[in-house]
Design a protein around this ligand. Structure first.
Ligand code: HEM
Ligand code: HEM
Length: 416
């Protein structure tokens, strides 16, 4: 029998990890500045590029595509190589993916404060950057699929299925939502108009949540939670059912962002129905993640990695319980336009995405640098201050959301 020798590419994983930490600090600092602007509205008066309207998309792009995006790549490049027993298909494509993505982020960090925007939420970047995103994303996909083709492990673990669904769906969403007519170097108009534009935009926007903030993270959960707990996943069969039902149902839920609009009623109701159904696969996945820890709860008490992961999965469960409720028309009539939505967003983003990322970083960095963690008590402090922060962030916003809705409903049609 021939003995094969090969090496995993750890350098690319390290680069993505460092980029995750760097952009995490940048993106969340901008979030903090935005929060200060609610208390001191005149904070940056007279400086157009520091105005709220320009910094808000900078925050969302930086945390979603730079912080979370780099975390996805770090986790995917690490776990894919190990799950498929193969080095990435092409070192060139790996480097192209890394440097291309950082260049796109820098382009976003310059153009958004300068006011260049397509005005589509989570797709604000102008057409030359859209093109670059499509090219770099497809390079990532070729690298992923190439690695699958040359793999030494026949069985495809469920995490790989989630990564593949992420690649395919994000490519389709990004390309179709970004179809636009350039009129100058940094200005374009969408090819869609009116309610069709809105529907395509929220088909994209909702599935950015589904296929950028959720499916890759479920793949990471299915890889890193069993690794960190040193236990097999609770149910492999459930993970397969979870995968197919989740990706089938998620793609139809976008219209819940357009309730009470000019979108035809049947389309709004279809979005609501699929949003309600989404509860089942979401909770199936959450339960599968939490039950993987059965028999390892004593470790959760001491290991900061597992603590971060438990709160992450719990946050996922809370956001996906709340989401279907928010989709109901009578509940949406209260929550829409209020701080309730911002609370919902950050339970998902800070707890599910943020904490799973932190857990993964604390698990990976010592491995990648062959060092011990500098300080476990500092990691525990990070965990507690983060958990407390999420609670203090979101709880008052739920109260504020209801108060805002009640105050608005006190107005008569004539404004009295
Ligand atoms: C220190 C952490 C963070 C702070 C202080 C923060 C703060 C903020 C603020 C003040 C807003 C604007 C709210 C408004 O206009 O009423 C916002 C919006 C938003 N943030 Fe954060 N954020 C943080 C972390 C994150 C993370 C990690 C993510 C994603 C992974 C995220 C995703 C978003 C999104 C998607 C919105 C727009 C929500 C909407 O339009 O409904 N944030 N954030
Ligand atoms: C079963 C799963 C989920 C459902 C059915 C759902 C449903 C909803 C609904 C109905 C809204 C309010 C739309 C509006 O009135 O404007 C919303 C907003 C939002 N949700 Fe969720 N949600 C789910 C899970 C999540 C998760 C896990 C995250 C984050 C990781 C998330 C991120 C967001 C964001 C960013 C927005 C704000 C969109 C905007 O800018 O207007 N959602 N969601």
């Amino acid at each position: 029998m021939e003995v094969q020798q090969f090496y995993y590419d750890n350098k690319i994983v390290k680069n993505f990890l460092y980029a995750t930490m760097f952009w995490g600090i940048v993106g969340m600092s901008v979030g903090l500045l935005l929060a200060f602007m609610f208390m001191f509205p005149n904070l940056t008066d007279g400086i157009s590029w520091l105005s709220f309207g320009r910094l808000r998309p900078l925050h969302t792009n930086a945390v979603i595509f730079a912080f979370i995006g780099n975390a996805i790549y770090a986790g995917v490049y690490y776990s894919t190589q190990r799950l498929l027993k193969a080095r990435m298909y092409s070192d060139f494509l790996s480097k192209f993916n890394f440097w291309g993505w950082q260049a796109i982020i820098v382009a976003a960090a310059i153009t958004l404060p300068l006011g260049y925007t397509s005005s589509k939420e989570y797709a604000e970047l102008e057409w030359p950057i859209d093109l670059a995103i499509a090219v770099v994303w497809v390079a990532f996909g070729i690298n992923l699929i190439g690695t699958m083709i040359k793999r030494r492990q026949r069985h495809l673990y469920v995490a790989i299925w989630f990564y593949l669904a992420t690649f395919v769906t994000v490519a389709v969403l990004h390309i179709f939502n970004s179809l636009e007519l350039p009129v100058s170097a940094l200005k374009s108009y969408s090819v869609y108009a009116g309610v069709q534009d809105a529907l395509v935009q929220w088909w994209y926007g909702h599935n950015a949540v589904a296929f950028f903030l959720t499916t890759p993270f479920l793949g990471l959960m299915y890889y890193f939670v069993p690794k960190a707990a040193n236990r097999p996943i609770y149910s492999y069969r459930l993970s397969i059912v979870h995968f197919w039902s989740l990706i089938f149902i998620y793609i139809w839920a976008g219209p819940h962002h357009l309730l009470y609009t000019a979108l035809p009623d049947w389309a709004q109701n279809l979005g609501v129905a699929f949003s309600i159904m989404l509860l089942a696969p979401s909770w199936g996945g959450m339960i599968n993640g939490l039950l993987t820890l059965r028999g390892a709860w004593d470790k959760v008490r001491t290991d900061p990695v597992l603590k971060f992961m438990v709160v992450a999965i719990t946050g996922y469960g809370m956001a996906t319980f709340e989401g279907p409720l928010l989709s109901l028309k009578n509940v949406n009539a209260i929550a829409h336009f209020s701080d309730w939505i911002i609370a919902h967003v950050h339970v998902g983003a800070l707890a599910w995405n943020g904490f799973l990322t932190f857990g993964m970083i604390y698990w990976l960095v010592p491995k990648m640098t062959k060092n011990r963690l500098f300080s476990t008590s500092l990691a525990n402090f990070h965990f507690w201050i983060g958990t407390l922060g999420i609670i203090l962030y979101t709880l008052p916003m739920y109260v504020a959301g209801f108060t805002q809705a009640l105050m608005w409903k006190d107005f008569n049609p004539d404004g009295t």
